[in-house]
Design a protein around this ligand. Structure first.
Ligand SMILES: *Cc1c(COP(=O)(O)O)cnc(C)c1O
Length: 424
């Protein structure tokens, strides 16, 4: 029996019932993953002897903040990495990635992106946008950039190896970002990294791990990546961390990043945790389960919209390496209807109407639906779309499956109603 307050049409409810039945085998796999990763995280808490005292924050310089230091050990252990820098003072994922890039690159070094054009906000960090102002991009500091294009949407390992000999960093983006390519599996990244290191053993393998945490049993850092970076208002914050980011990987490189985060000399010793530790601990503890809810929401959406006749990627039964679901909605009106539906089903700001706007760091107008407890948190159910062909919406998040599923059904219902009114 469905809850009736949402007034979903019998047609939609029938489609949703069929979709729910079809996705059961995929849900079984997600539940197995949730259990595996949940145990991994619990073990990291136990191994590091976390106590109530670790939740107490510090002020001022934050010297000797045992809660902060232990949280970094918990992240490192759960991610099977040597070390990690985990701070609420990372303003967002782009900031954490920026710190990592500036942390390890020096003038005249070459940064080589091996997964094609990086995520939109990284382009101004690298200096790819032709902004005339001197904002202090990597380019402004004499750091060179090269890129290996994807070949049939896969990593072109041969070309990457050709360009790798003179590069300091080989940069991978695991998630699809605003593109219709597949996300890359940890195994694919690991295989490419191995080949690249044969050509240049000193190269630093850096992975933009945004949206990838806990989607597989292992993270890139345990499979050949030297550094990986992510945001705490995505997967590893579990919907509870209020802000922040992490850099995990090789100890010497994490240390270098810490000098860029604060200052040479002080590094990770400073940086008070204020009252943020409890949320970061709890959120990380919840993350495997929250990521499982987001994955289920994505899988359900994939199946439902496929049944409605839309092109979806990935398909409901395909392997996933990030939490993003892309749905090609083909025209701007349907795209807006979708976002309105998601917004109307959000726990917060359900009465708002999303509209396309010029978002800083992005080069076409973007429409976003999000009604989140944490501003901009895309581990909570949210949908973003650049207003350009093929009017694909990128859907992610859902900190509980019941709410995620409801949001998806409301988006579908809005589209069905719109088509019915327009007779199309
Ligand atoms: C979210 C994201 C980032 C960082 O974006 P912020 O909005 O600054 O957190 C970087 N790369 C990818 C692939 C992302 O999904």
């Amino acid at each position: 029996m469905e809850y009736s307050a949402f007034n979903l049409s019998p047609q939609l409810l029938e489609l949703a019932r069929e979709a729910q039945k079809d996705v059961r085998p995929s849900f079984n796999k997600i539940e197995e993953l949730e259990e595996y990763n949940g145990m991994k995280v619990l073990n990291a808490f136990i191994k590091n002897g976390i106590t109530a005292n670790h939740m107490n924050g510090s002020t001022g310089y934050g010297y000797g903040d045992i809660g902060r230091d232990a949280l970094e050990r918990v992240f490192a252990d759960a991610f099977e990495a040597e070390d990690a820098l985990v701070r609420h003072s990372f303003a967002c994922g782009t900031h954490a990635l920026t710190v990592a890039l500036f942390g390890v690159l020096r003038p005249n070094d070459v940064l080589l992106s091996v997964t094609g054009t990086p995520y939109d906000t990284l382009q101004s960090v690298i200096g790819l946008t032709d902004s005339k102002s001197d904002e202090g991009s990597l380019k402004d500091f004499g750091i060179k950039y090269e890129q290996v294009e994807l070949k049939d949407d896969k990593i072109d390992i041969e070309e990457a190896c050709r360009k790798a000999s003179c590069a300091k960093v080989a940069y991978f983006q695991r998630s699809r970002g605003y593109s219709l390519r597949d996300s890359f599996s940890v195994e694919e990244i690991s295989k490419a990294a191995r080949e690249i290191k044969k050509v240049n053993p000193d190269i630093i393998i850096m992975v933009d791990n945004c949206y990838g945490e806990f989607v597989e049993k292992h993270e890139p850092c345990s499979q050949g990546a030297d550094l990986m970076i992510g945001s705490l208002i995505k997967n590893p914050g579990g919907g509870i961390a209020k802000t922040g980011g992490y850099i995990a990987g090789r100890h010497d490189l994490v240390e270098l990043c810490s000098f860029r985060l604060s200052s040479p000399g002080t590094g990770r010793e400073v940086g008070c945790s204020l009252d943020e530790l409890r949320g970061m601990y709890l959120g990380f503890f919840m993350a495997p389960t929250v990521v499982a809810s987001a994955l289920k929401t994505a899988v359900f959406a994939s199946r439902l919209f496929e049944k409605m006749g839309y092109n979806v990627t990935p398909k409901f039964d395909e392997d996933r390496h990030d939490i993003i679901q892309a749905i090609c909605l083909n025209d701007p009106e349907t795209l807006c209807k979708f976002c309105e539906g998601i917004q109307s089903g959000s726990p917060i700001d359900s009465t708002a109407t999303p509209e396309p706007w010029d978002m800083p760091g992005y080069d076409s107008k973007v429409i976003m639906a999000a009604g989140a407890f944490t501003n901009g948190a895309s581990i909570e159910l949210s949908a973003d779309a650049p207003m350009r062909e093929p009017f694909a919406v990128y859907l992610q998040g859902g900190i509980t499956y019941p709410a995620g599923k409801t949001g998806i059904m409301l988006a579908a219902e809005k589209i069905l109603k719109y088509k019915e009114e327009k007779n199309i």
